[in-house]
Design a protein around this ligand. Structure first.
Ligand SMILES: [Zn+2]
Ligand SMILES: [Zn+2]
Length: 441
């Protein structure tokens, strides 16, 4: 659905593919249409029917559900006659009280704060655009919707709670509170809001209301804004005229930064698996459990689909991420053009699945938050859990730091060098460079 741009177009119909860096012009799309990159198939734009109304309705519903989710009773357990009721907020608090502030921070941010930011931003933008005098800050707010998106993990949280729920069966009687149903519904409304959202329609509405200036063609090179997608004419380090983000043709020091983050995660992956992630104390007897041990326990209890889920999400996904990111970095450094398209698809996949490794962290948060009956039954987080949480966060940062366009740039540069016979000649035999064009004084 896209056409290769031959001349620079001064409108927002021009787009730089975020995955391969090809500049393309997006044609007028039919409702529910989709424009994909000509070279790597990345989705450049999707249109939706009545996107505005649906997104507003879904965001308002999400806000109500969120409020129920964090205030209503979440889960309650009965351990030998001792009742304990929790809310969602008590999960990070339990980590905090057990001294694992890193995990408290991760769970608090990804399960509680980021979903609220995401919903709040969308409601503010959608309602703001319908007022007579929309606030000038709407464009700045809207850019945060996509920025915080990957860190709002309601769906992963829900799956983690589900795994915890099945593991708790052996220790205590668990009752589901209304908040858990609210989280399940919230997950669906948030996914649907994402699906119906048409970013460009919102940007165009803001332009029509005078909140952002129209796109302009100017001197300088075209650079696609990583955050809002507008093509900016100028130089590296300018600010986007639409969302005010710093525009860069490529992420700075992408390869070095990604290597550093990958190396740190690879180092932490060892203690994450070697040390216990939690200690389950029952009737005064402590029993330490590692990630692999947890999966084994589920398998022994006959719950093999969950055992498989935990094994894949906690052990395979981080390993796969470390391995495939390393391959991408090495091939990018060599300027290899081997399976460029496939490597780009793998990058998108790694970006998508990375967050699912958080299942184990959310499962532990639920267990630690619920089972707090001292010597009778209690679950405390271990060093392995802190290392594991860090691995997940660091690999997510590594994916964000990596710029897949570098793979295409370097492969192109190497191909060009190969096809240019001059580069094969020894330096002294190459023809002298042409003199620069004389300029009028
Ligand atoms: Zn592309
Ligand atoms: Zn922008």
């Amino acid at each position: 659905m896209t056409e290769r741009s031959t001349q620079p177009a001064p409108t927002d119909h021009e787009r730089e593919c975020p995955d391969c860096g090809l500049f393309q012009r997006i044609p007028r799309l039919p409702p529910n249409g989709e424009a994909n990159c000509l070279r790597c198939d990345a989705t450049l734009r999707r249109t939706r029917v009545r996107s505005f109304d649906k997104t507003l309705a879904l965001s308002l519903t999400s806000l109500v559900l969120y409020w129920v989710a964090v205030t209503a009773p979440f889960l309650s357990v009965d351990i030998v006659g001792r009742q304990r009721e929790t809310t969602m907020l008590s999960l990070p608090v339990a980590f905090w009280e057990e001294g694992a502030w890193e995990l408290a921070l991760i769970v608090g941010v990804t399960a509680i704060i980021m979903p609220l930011v995401k919903i709040g931003v969308m409601v503010a933008v959608m309602v703001g655009l319908r007022t007579a005098n929309p606030p000038r800050s709407l464009p700045l707010m809207f850019k945060w919707y996509r920025r915080v998106g990957p860190w709002a993990m309601v769906e992963v949280f829900l799956l983690g709670v589900f795994v915890a729920f099945t593991r708790l069966g052996a220790i205590a009687t668990v009752d589901v509170g209304i908040a858990l149903y609210a989280v399940a519904a919230l997950m669906m409304t948030m996914v649907a809001a994402d699906y119906y959202l048409d970013d460009d329609e919102i940007w165009h509405a803001m332009e029509a209301r005078g909140l952002v200036p129209p796109a302009e063609i100017g001197p300088g090179t075209p650079i696609g804004c990583d955050v809002c997608g507008r093509v900016h004419y100028g130089q590296d380090g300018d600010r986007c005229t639409r969302c005010d983000s710093v525009v860069r043709s490529r992420k700075p020091n992408s390869i070095v930064n990604t290597w550093a983050l990958l190396a740190a995660s690879a180092l932490l992956y060892i203690p994450a698996n070697a040390f216990p992630v939690m200690t389950i104390t029952r009737l005064g007897k402590g029993n330490e459990s590692t990630i692999l041990g947890g999966a084994q326990e589920l398998l022994d209890a006959g719950m093999w689909p969950l055992a498989l889920l935990v094994f894949v999400a906690s052990i395979m996904v981080p390993l796969l991420k470390l391995f495939s990111m390393s391959v991408m970095l090495m091939t990018a450094q060599r300027g290899s053009s081997w399976r460029l398209h496939d490597r780009t698809v793998v990058f998108r996949l790694v970006d998508f699945i990375g967050r699912w490794s958080m299942i184990d962290i959310f499962m532990m948060a639920t267990l630690v938050g619920l089972v707090r009956a001292g010597a009778i039954a209690s679950i405390t987080p271990g060093l392995g859990a802190i290392c594991f949480g860090s691995v997940v966060v660091l690999t997510m940062f590594a994916v964000t730091c990596f710029d897949p366009r570098v793979m295409w740039d370097r492969a192109e540069a190497r191909d060009a060098a190969r096809n240019d016979p001059n580069t094969l000649l020894p330096r002294e035999n190459r023809p002298a460079p042409l003199p620069a064009e004389p300029r009028a004084a």
